[in-house]
Design a protein around this ligand. Structure first.
Ligand code: IPE
Ligand code: IPE
Ligand code: MG
Length: 266
């Protein structure tokens, strides 16, 4: 019986891979988003569905992170930003926050080699100085060890919120006014964008949120001004290359008008 079970699993794997290849070939390389941002949601509900504690969902979400990062790098996406912990997430039960912070340390330690092998640079946005010491340290080490990689930048949003980002940018500009470096009249959209935590990163063309929720949850508020939004019903731990490709294909079929009319776009 064992041999049949193995055979069935093998055939199943082949069929998933064939579907993936088909989808991948539908993606138009010239129309690939440079920056994709993802709200990784649904870990808790996935765990509940499996009759397990919420942390089990977070642990299983790591596989989805790995697959998505690999898929994005293979396609040639330049920036992938993952919302890993919001400012609001501190309000969760203490045990869950603690487990998430430890999981981050463990994952960073495990994955840095793979990032280096794949020439992927790690960066972070958010007020990371407020993370627990071990998490902060692991993150800074990961950023330092991968800083020369050039194929893709993986940005982790940690203790991040869009309102925090705009507030800290405003504070920076106010300081510059106070020091006489700029005058209030110099403040415009470009200058504000340059003070955001994403100043060196282009705005995401595509935002994906998993788990069927349809909200931004205080993610990149300024930067998402003209992003295409894609909502996947799949819980994050089940998110695979197939769903990632589907989101990109959907994105490529849309008409981005930026306030113009269709006829002006050609
Ligand atoms: C996303 O999954 C992970 C984080 C916010 C860290 P959730 O933990 O929000 O899962 P649900 O939404 O409760 O199912
Ligand atoms: C958003 O998910 C934050 C992250 C994915 C890190 P949440 O699960 O915290 O969002 P809400 O509170 O349901 O909107
Ligand atoms: Mg959630």
């Amino acid at each position: 019986m064992r041999i049949f079970e193995n055979l069935e699993a093998f055939l199943q794997k082949l069929s998933v891979e064939a579907k993936q290849m088909d989808l991948k070939s539908e993606i138009i390389p010239e129309k690939l988003p440079k920056h994709i941002a993802i709200i990784m949601d649904g870990n808790g509900r996935w765990a509940k569905q499996h009759g397990k504690p919420r942390v089990f969902g977070h642990r299983n979400g790591v596989k989805a992170v790995r697959e998505t990062t690999e898929a994005a790098a293979e396609l040639g996406v330049s920036y992938l930003t993952l919302y890993a912990f919001s400012t609001e997430n501190w309000s969760r039960p203490k045990v869950e926050v603690g487990a998430l912070m430890r999981l981050l340390v463990e994952t960073l330690h495990k994955e840095i080699n793979t990032l280096n092998k794949n020439n992927i640079r790690l960066q972070a946005i958010g007020d990371i100085s407020l993370l627990p010491e071990a998490t902060h340290r692991a993150l800074l080490k990961g950023i330092e060890n991968t800083k020369d990689n050039t194929r893709m930048t993986l940005v982790l949003a940690l203790n991040y919120s869009g309102k925090w980002d705009i507030a800290q940018a405003t504070r920076k500009l106010a300081d510059q006014v106070k020091e006489g470096v700029i005058s209030p009249a110099d403040i415009n959209e470009d200058l504000l964008a340059q003070s955001l935590s994403t100043h060196a990163i282009p705005d995401p063309e595509l935002l994906i949120r998993t788990s069927g929720e349809r909200r931004i949850s205080n993610f990149l508020l300024w930067q998402l001004a003209y992003s295409e939004l894609y909502f996947s019903p799949v819980f994050w731990p089940d998110f695979r290359k197939e769903q990632f490709y589907q989101a990109i294909i959907d994105f490529q079929r849309r008409e981005r008008r930026f306030g113009k009319i269709s006829e002006q776009l050609v």
